[in-house]
Design a protein around this ligand. Structure first.
Ligand SMILES: C[S@@+](CC[C@H](N)C(=O)[O-])C[C@H]1O[C@@H](n2cnc3c(N)ncnc32)[C@H](O)[C@@H]1O
Length: 241
């Protein structure tokens, strides 16, 4: 089982200050699920996306590694097991009974799978849960390697009084470690380093093809802006053949 980086400590403050999922994003997911659709969220977390999607009439289930994150979902109105069933386990291998119109994995979470094998397995697992014609949606960042001159490996993504965030890239292993130093109101500091595997859109397309999925759309974001050479993120939809 992969390491659970979203323990009680992280889960307790996960929703603090986090923007809700955009209406445009919920529109896209609800449209792909279709009327009376069934959706499966890989890494459902605290229900930031699942709850508004359920409010649109989509039936949503989840697979999630962290019991602490699931507890936060369960504590929210409408987040009970009867309405949003969740299997605790690894989204690369875990099974949720049923067949789905839509599987989605957003907020950069494909990168939480830190090996190529695990990411390939995740695509296969998505395909296994989909009906033919069903959609797998991934939202994630485009690796920021173009910001790195040769020999450099660090990209600062936030520098405020309360938070210093630095991504450390290893171009040899395609690994990425996000370093966070947070300073509390009392001046105490805390350091965390979380491992990821960064991945290009083209490599994801190949994983999709291995799983019997074909690319249908790629946008920069949920507002459906076309993907371009300067896009820093993408929302990609593959269809099960
Ligand atoms: C950034 S949060 C995203 C949560 C939710 N999808 C959202 O958009 O708010 C990442 C989530 O992925 C979960 N996660 C990480 N690796 C996982 C894995 N291998 N299988 C299932 N869940 C995983 C974490 O526990 C955490 O809840």
């Amino acid at each position: 089982m992969p390491t659970d980086w979203f323990d009680e400590d992280v889960a307790a403050s996960y929703d603090d200050g986090l923007a809700p999922m955009s209406e445009a994003g919920i529109d896209v997911l609800a449209g792909l699920a279709g009327p009376d659709g069934r959706a499966l969220e890989f890494a459902i977390g605290t229900g930031r996306v699942a709850l508004p999607l359920v409010a649109r009439g989509v039936s949503v289930a989840g697979i999630e590694l962290s019991t602490a994150m699931v507890s936060r979902l369960r504590a929210k109105p409408g987040g009970d097991e009867a309405r949003i069933p969740v299997v605790v386990g690894d989204m690369a291998t875990e099974h949720m009974p049923g067949t789905f119109d839509l599987v989605y994995l957003i907020f950069n979470t494909i990168m939480n799978l830190t090996t190529q094998d695990a990411q390939v397995a995740c695509f296969a697992n998505a395909a296994r849960h989909l009906r033919p014609g069903g959609a797998f949606v991934v939202e994630t960042g485009v690796p920021a390697l173009r910001l790195l001159p040769p020999g450099q490996r660090y990209v600062t993504f936030e520098l405020t009084a309360g938070h210093v965030g630095v991504d450390e890239y290893d171009v040899l292993t395609q690994s990425l470690v996000s370093h966070h130093v947070t300073t509390g109101p009392d001046g105490s500091t805390r350091r965390r380093a979380i491992p990821f595997r960064y991945v290009w859109p083209a490599e994801l397309d190949l994983m999709a093809r291995l799983a019997g999925l074909r690319l249908r759309e790629r946008w920069t974001g949920w507002d459906q802006t076309p993907f371009s050479g300067v896009s820093q993120s993408h929302v990609s939809t593959w269809i099960k053949e």
